[in-house]
Design a protein around this ligand. Structure first.
Ligand code: NDP
Length: 433
């Protein structure tokens, strides 16, 4: 705490992992001898820099940007960039810390990192977004690279922003280094199914959880928070598997459509028009819009929080338990508060943490890197099959590891321990670096 003052989200993420690692240190005393815990909690490198840029009126703005290169024991640092006014060091460090374990769970050779800026893209024109991205890359380029650190998207950073970032990197370095950033467009080095991967992956993970209880998503009522990249494709896959998605949201409120949310409309509003979710009612008059209040009051069998950290509180968890929710799988990073997780676990609601359930996004980013390295482009079917296999493997690894350490059905314990053992093993082998 004294080394990282005022970084509440980082403390929360570290505490959640460390609370589950006691049995691992008892089984592998060498990890304690080599001070793996102390080393894994300290980023290898943290970069904080100024991003000056001009808006359309010529006015100058100054933002702050971050890149936290947390752990490269398994591969180059890998993790998204977030553009949101709430971004500060504590958020980027929590995301980077989580990313270490998530990336390890994928079984692919990627280390953990994260970055972002307190820049608010809302209401900014296309040319302002471009100016900001170019200015940010003018500093970031010297820290990243195919073999060092590979950024991607996150909240506020989609394929448009990745395009501007990659274009500027290419211009500065005079190199077409495709593997330096992921989430690229399909025509210029991107991977098929990357856009869909995180949301699809969450639902595939939830389906595995249900399978273990001899149930399926078919006919289940699903609520998804958010209406961004992760939420949209979680809804799409859930519907494809027979579920009825009745509600989704943005930071202003939620929509409820008992006939099932029309994904095409949500895509149009969010991906193309960039408007508020409330405008869904313009074309679906039987739906309801509820401003401000929590989406988790909507009864459901499966809850998929896909918006942001700490959006699902103890009070929300209590409501979901009372409404007989069976499964919670996190699409966002750390969307459930520690008290919320505790409530789910003690009520017997199966709960999957983001570092396991949303790992499909970064896994497919690693597949994008593979395609870039081999100058190849895989079909959507092949890429989706790989994603599905990876999600099934992550589920099995979490489930089996939890059982091995006496916590069967506890996906938090399973994910933390399975991820930690991989990273700690590599760190031990590489000496005190
Ligand atoms: P987007 O920017 O595409 O969408 C974010 C969504 O969450 C929007 O609907 C946004 O609403 C809502 N939201 C953001 N902040 C808040 C808030 N404070 N309160 C309520 N709603 C909020 O981001 P992504 O879909 O990419 O990311 C969502 C989550 O998933 C994040 O936690 C991210 O870290 C995580 N994630 C993303 C991956 C990816 O591949 N994109 C991979 C793994 C995890 P509004 O427009 O009103 O702000």
């Amino acid at each position: 705490l004294y080394r990282n003052p005022g970084e509440a989200e980082f403390h929360q993420a570290v505490r959640e992992v460390l609370e589950t690692l006691g049995p691992v240190l008892a089984k592998y005393p060498e990890f304690a001898d080599k001070k793996i815990i102390q080393r894994i909690c300290e980023p290898e490198r943290q970069i904080i820099f100024r991003v000056p840029w001009r808006d359309d009126k010529g006015e100058i703005h100054i933002n702050r940007a971050f890149r936290v290169e947390f752990n490269s024991a398994l591969g180059p640092f890998k993790g998204g960039m977030r553009f949101h006014p709430s971004v500060y060091l504590g958020i980027i460090k929590f995301l980077g810390f989580e990313q270490i374990f998530k990336n390890a769970l994928t079984g692919l050779p990627i280390g953990g990192g994260k970055g972002g800026s307190d820049f608010n893209p809302k209401g900014r024109s296309d040319s302002e977004i471009e100016s900001f991205c170019q200015s940010l890359m003018l500093e970031l380029y010297r820290h990243i690279g195919e073999y060092t650190d590979v950024p991607a998207g996150d909240i506020g950073v989609g394929s448009r922003e990745i395009g501007y970032l990659f274009g500027q990197y290419k211009r500065i370095t005079n190199r077409y280094e495709s593997g330096v950033i992921t989430g690229k467009g399909l025509g210029w080095g991107g991977s098929r199914a990357r856009k869909e991967a995180t949301g699809y992956g969450v639902v595939l993970f939830a389906q595995e959880m249900l399978k273990f209880q001899r149930q399926s998503l078919d006919g289940m009522k699903v609520v998804v928070s958010g209406s961004g990249n992760v939420a949209i494709y979680a809804m799409e896959k859930a519907q494809e598997l027979g579920a009825i998605v009745v509600a989704c949201s943005d930071s202003s409120g939620y929509i409820y459509d008992e006939n099932g949310i029309d994904i095409g409309t949500v895509k149009r509003i969010k991906e193309f028009e960039r408007r508020r979710i409330a405008t869904y009612l313009e074309s679906h008059s039987s739906a309801r819009y509820v401003e401000g209040s929590s989406i988790w009051s909507v009864p459901c069998d499966v809850a998929l929080p896909c918006a942001t950290q700490n959006e699902l509180t103890a009070r929300d968890a209590k409501t979901l338990v009372e409404n007989n929710c069976k499964i919670v799988a996190e699409g966002a990073n750390m969307p459930t508060t520690p008290e919320g997780i505790q409530l789910f676990q003690s009520a017997g609601v199966y709960f999957a943490p983001g570092k396991a359930a949303n790992a499909g996004g970064v896994a497919t980013s690693a597949l994008e890197m593979q395609q870039n390295a081999s100058r190849d482009s895989w079909s959507s079917e092949y890429t989706q099959k790989r994603l599905q296999d990876i999600m099934v493997d992550i589920h099995a690894s979490c489930y089996e590891t939890a059982a091995e350490f006496g916590a069967e059905g506890n996906y938090v314990t399973g994910a933390n321990i399975a991820g930690f053992i991989k990273v700690a093993g590599a760190m031990t082998a590489m000496g005190v670096i």
